[in-house]
Design a binder for this molecule. Structure first.
Ligand code: C5P
Length: 306
């Protein structure tokens, strides 16, 4: 067994997020298209004494994350150990780059990374279906963080089918000064909106497959935008500023409050990023592209394979 395992895991943006009615399990029926983008958290895992599951967090907003079982990565390690009757505990490390509570599935990414890292640490040979099953138990976005690339998600958003994307999509992300709670945004959706159909949008899927950037920009859709903007009206100004600065498309990422801007390339992205950096509502601006692979082991001393 290796003494320390390292895994790199990406953030996501939803290119389409269609929200339907509430299911019996309390979740909402979703039709979504995920894209994994090149903002990564890095998870490390080492064996610890039996029963001991702990985590150290460094990087962006590290101090805001819980270190106990409320941390989804800790829950992931514990779940895997319990299911496979592993006596050892685990010491996890998380180096954060993905915004916390930002609508980019940072917590889910850390859970996916911890699952993969702990499976290797324990010497378990789990196939994608076995890991995916555990991921689903941890949260609706965790399976996609394992899979990566681009995928359609149905059900709770966790029944995944890979989606072809021609070329790279370039993005600028503007994070917010305060996070937004996903349950709170879904609850506001229930108060404000009539749930609609969750059929995946054909024109957007075709535009992705054809590498038709204008078509992708037109097809971007997020049913959680209305409740997120109701809770945080200032995000509307951020979206408008990005559009004015040349973004092809602008949307709230997932349940927000991060705003995502589709741009034609790195140069246009720099222009949009410069404009967004001026806004008092914006905490941090970063550029990224997708699709990128899901959670991946990082070889000793190296970078994850692409
Ligand atoms: O699955 P996860 O814990 O990431 O979801 C966070 C919260 O988002 C859920 O507790 C629920 O309130 C809401 N949610 C939902 N329907 C979904 C996915 C998430 O209502 N399909």
């Amino acid at each position: 067994m290796d003494s320390q395992i390292r895994v790199r895991v990406p953030a996501k943006v939803n290119l389409a997020l269609l929200v339907g009615g509430t299911r019996q399990d309390g979740y909402h029926e979703l039709g979504t298209i995920f894209l994994a983008v090149s903002i990564f958290d890095e998870i490390t895992a080492e064996l610890a004494e039996p029963g001991r599951f702990e985590v150290q967090v460094s990087g962006l907003d590290a101090e805001t994350l819980p270190r106990d079982d409320r941390n989804l990565a800790v829950r992931a390690g514990r779940l895997l150990a319990e299911r496979h009757h592993i006596a050892s505990g685990v010491r996890l490390g998380i180096e954060k780059q993905i915004p916390v509570a930002g609508g980019m599935a940072g917590g889910s990414a850390d859970a996916a990374g911890a699952l993969l890292a702990c499976a290797r640490l324990f010497g378990l040979e789990l196939n994608a279906a076995e890991l995916g099953g555990l991921a689903r138990e941890l949260g609706a976005d965790v399976p996609f963080a394992l899979l990566g690339g681009a995928a359609a998600g149905l059900g709770r958003g966790d029944q995944l089918t890979p989606v072809p994307v021609a070329g790279r999509l370039h993005w600028v992300f503007a994070t917010s000064r305060a996070g937004l709670s996903t349950p709170r945004v879904f609850a506001r959706f229930d108060e404000l909106c009539v749930p609609g159909a969750t059929d995946l949008p054909g024109p957007l899927l075709s535009a992705l497959a054809a590498g038709d950037l204008a078509g992708v920009a037109t097809g971007l859709v997020n049913d959680l935008a209305e409740p997120a903007l109701d809770l945080r009206p200032e995000l509307g100004e951020v979206l408008s500023a990005g559009r004015r600065a040349g973004a092809l498309g602008a949307l709230i990422s997932g349940s927000g409050p991060t705003c995502a801007f589709l741009v034609a390339g790195a140069e246009e992205g720099a222009q949009v990023a410069a404009a967004l950096s001026q806004l008092t509502q914006v905490r941090r601006v970063c550029s990224a592209w997708g699709p990128v692979p899901g959670a991946q082991l990082v070889p000793d001393g190296g970078a994850a394979t692409r």
